[in-house]
Design a protein around this ligand. Structure first.
Ligand code: KG4
Ligand code: ZN
Length: 348
């Protein structure tokens, strides 16, 4: 079985061709065109701009990928149907519907979050059930229990900002570029993680939910104080070392909060495997902390390669192949992008 996958939910136009060989997934072709340089100029993603760029790049990328124009050797098409930016999603969805209709191939609608979860299956070693996943991206922070393929339960999620959103907003407060996650993790390397005392939100509560907006407010307060103190020397500016120190302190607060909740969830669920997925899992400090927590708890640990942590089409292909194996296809004439699609709903 060979699937063509399309991902356009946010600011990456991505395509992949993935096939199955026994229980393995073979990544035959993958291509990704990032819009980050464009969105960096505006300090964030402007949905209409993202959609226009997806429209301009999708078909040329498909040709670059070398997919025959008649879809020969492609058995099915998978597309991200949500959640995400609706105008961006629609570009991928409408393209996939058209290809499926013209090529007469089955169409599979994939939930972007199910795609992130599936990224843990890309490598040779596969997680075994029950699986406890920490999904941390620009829009989501969730602890998810998968009991079997397609049988999932969200144990906890963020009440306000997602982890990636917090990284992006704090980076802005510190005058760093977009996206903030990579910038902060780079600056944190030179900083002291105990330089600032920042809160660890909701750790006292007996649940698996998160809240990162209070942490961002605490950073804003500290940044205000720093600016005032430094203003005595140089009006309203930071010292470079302040930025490094705040980056390290903030990152440490996020990692510690995520790991504490994750540890409670492991104790309760006793999973066979644990997976770390989503854009924020490209963060080195988080990857190390997650791997060492897994080791301490004796749970098998799966963290995809960095390029499969952030948005990509290979994960959508793998999730699509899993759905296809269960016969879960959709009608190319009626599929609609759903910006608020939830895990566990139609596009699992
Ligand atoms: O999964 P993703 O690529 O897109 C969404 O589905 O949202 O995640 C993007 C998020 C952004 O907020 C970005 O700042 C964050 O992942 N991110 C990171 C790192 N690389 C990307 N956060 C922390 N450290 C990183 N190295
Ligand atoms: Zn994502």
């Amino acid at each position: 079985m060979r699937i063509l996958a399309i991902e356009t939910s946010c600011d990456e136009t991505a395509l992949a061709v993935v096939s199955t060989k026994g229980a393995s997934f073979i990544v035959e072709k993958e291509i990704l065109s990032s819009q980050i340089a464009t969105h960096a100029k505006t300090g964030g993603v402007v949905p209409e701009v993202a959609a226009r760029m997806h429209m301009e790049t999708l078909i040329p990328l498909l040709m670059e990928l070398g997919v025959p124009r008649d879809g020969e050797r492609i058995d099915a098409i998978a597309v991200t149907a949500g959640p995400g930016l609706v105008v961006a999603l629609r570009v991928g969805v409408e393209t996939a519907k058209t290809l499926a209709h013209v090529w007469k191939k089955p169409l599979v609608a994939v939930n972007h979050l199910a795609g992130h979860l599936a990224s843990a299956w890309i490598g040779d070693e596969k997680p075994t059930y029950p699986i406890l996943s920490l999904l941390v991206s620009g829009g989501h922070t969730e602890i998810i229990l998968s009991r079997a393929l397609g049988n999932i339960e969200v144990l906890g999620s963020t009440r306000d900002d997602a982890a990636g959103e917090a990284f992006d907003k704090v980076a802005k407060l510190l005058g760093l570029g977009y996206p903030g996650g990579p910038e902060i993790s780079m600056r944190a390397k030179a900083g002291r993680k105990d330089a600032f005392t920042l809160p660890r939100p909701m750790l006292d509560q007996d649940n698996f939910d998160f809240s990162f907006s209070g942490l961002k407010t605490a950073v804003r307060r500290e940044v205000g104080k720093m600016k005032m103190e430094n203003g005595k020397r140089e009006r309203g500016s930071f010292q470079e070392t302040d930025i490094d120190d705040m980056s390290a302190s903030f990152q440490e607060a996020v990692v510690e909060t995520l790991m504490t909740k994750m540890e409670c969830a492991i104790d309760q669920v006793q999973p066979a495997s644990m997976t770390l997925v989503g854009g924020v899992s490209a963060n080195e400090a988080l990857r190390e902390a997650f791997a060492s927590l897994a080791k301490r708890k004796g749970v098998a640990c799966f963290i995809p390669e960095r390029k499969y942590s952030t948005d990509n089409a290979v994960m959508i292909a793998v999730a699509g192949l899993m759905k296809l194996s269960r016969g879960e296809t959709v009608d190319p004439l009626t599929l609609k992008a759903d910006p608020h699609l939830e895990l566990g709903s139609n596009a699992k």
